[in-house]
Ligand binder design. Structure first.
Ligand code: UT7
Length: 331
């Protein structure tokens, strides 16, 4: 079995900034409500001309460059997204944009848990010795799928991309443990469902034809689920890593709500100084939120090589999961 190191990170956001003040002129809300209930102040949203693949590619290039690799060194690209430009997947578009000619590329859908699920998937290919350099991207453009008349969701979701480069190693293993969970019985708490209308082909044969609805979320239910399940899944991942909460240098949760982040940290008994949050600037960017926060903290030199990081994602599916790793090629 090979070991895994995480040797590069990158991120990207679109150009347009949408503030709480801006939102209060679109729906009946206020800066005070949004900030006190969620911790969000502003977020980035893509224009109709900007693509998910371009955003993901920018984050990818930044990560590959930090890893001192070239796109041609990449063997596998996993793009965690729920908002591809193409329903058949956008990973191959990213492969083409960055020129990762040798890479196999595919999409992975696990909503806001997507980055954690993709990183764990990458680790399996690396451990088995199948691929050496794996690019894991979390990217979403949820602004396309928000109902801009629904104040309970439109103030929350935003756009962004983050990426890491994982590399196999003969002796070092910096991917310490993980735990993933799904519960389809709660699917209707948070979904973006297909909207089919009947198209009659022949007298006795019909097919569905249609598009998708907008994001539907029962906020309170998802909130309760998150504060209960996230500490649990982190503790399981720590157990699998033979670590305890005292060993963790940094906690990065999916950035859905500052109150969820605070509550999870308190339940885990973790010092607030060790919790990374950038929700005030970016809002909820779904699969991008963890790698965006990770990359920002690495580039600010808050996270240093050798630091042990716990990440946890949660969201639609419902899905949730946690992974524990050590940042950098050295340990
Ligand atoms: O990324 C996937 C995972 N997603 C999450 O983890 C989200 C989890 N849920 C949450 O973060 C929170 O439930 C929300 C931020 C979505 C909502 O916060 P809340 O404290 O649970 O508010 P609420 O839904 O209980 O609404 C409280 C009040 C309601 O008014 P009434 O019924 O008390 O009169 C809402 O109508 O706030 C009202 N409200 C708003 N008011 C101003 C809801 N949205 C807004 C708004 N502006 N944008």
């Amino acid at each position: 079995m090979k070991g895994l190191t995480i040797i590069g990170s990158g991120s990207a956001v679109p150009n347009q900034v949408l503030s709480n003040q801006d939102l209060s002129s679109i729906v009946d809300t206020s800066d005070e409500w949004i900030e006190s209930r969620t911790g969000m102040k502003e977020r980035y949203v893509s224009s109709a001309q900007e693509s998910l693949a371009q955003l993901a590619a920018k984050a990818a290039i930044n990560a590959i460059s930090m890893a001192n690799l070239t796109p041609e060194d990449i063997d596998l690209i996993i793009l965690a997204t729920s908002t591809p430009d193409d329903l058949f997947g956008s990973a191959c578009q990213v492969q083409n944009i960055i020129g990762a000619k040798r890479a196999v590329a595919f999409d992975l859908t696990a909503a806001c848990s997507g980055f954690v699920f993709a990183l764990v998937t990458a680790s399996q290919f690396i451990r088995q010795g199948v691929y050496r350099n794996v690019l894991v991207i979390g990217a979403d453009v949820l602004s396309r799928w928000v109902n801009w008349e629904d104040r309970t969701t439109c103030v929350l979701f935003a756009d962004g991309a983050g990426a890491v480069v994982c590399q196999s190693h003969e002796t070092k293993d910096n991917f310490l443990g993980f735990e993933l969970c799904s519960d389809g019985t709660q699917n209707s708490s948070l979904n973006l469902a297909y909207m089919g209308t009947t198209h009659n082909l022949l007298e006795n044969i019909s097919v569905g034809s249609g598009s998708y609805q907008t994001i539907n979320m029962k906020g309170k239910e998802v909130y309760r689920f998150a504060v209960e399940k996230v500490p649990e899944v982190i503790e399981k991942a720590l157990h699998r890593s033979n670590l305890t909460i005292e060993d963790i240098d940094w906690l990065i949760l999916h950035q859905a709500n500052q109150r969820i982040i605070d509550s999870v940290a308190t339940r885990l008994g973790l010092d607030k100084q060790k919790v990374i949050s950038n929700i005030s600037k970016y809002g909820n960017t779904s699969a991008a939120s963890i790698p965006l926060a990770l990359d920002e903290a690495i580039r600010q030199s808050r996270i240093k090589p050798g630091d042990i990081i716990a990440i946890s994602g949660f969201g639609a599916g419902l899905t949730w999961g946690a992974a524990i790793f050590c940042w950098g090629g050295s340990n």
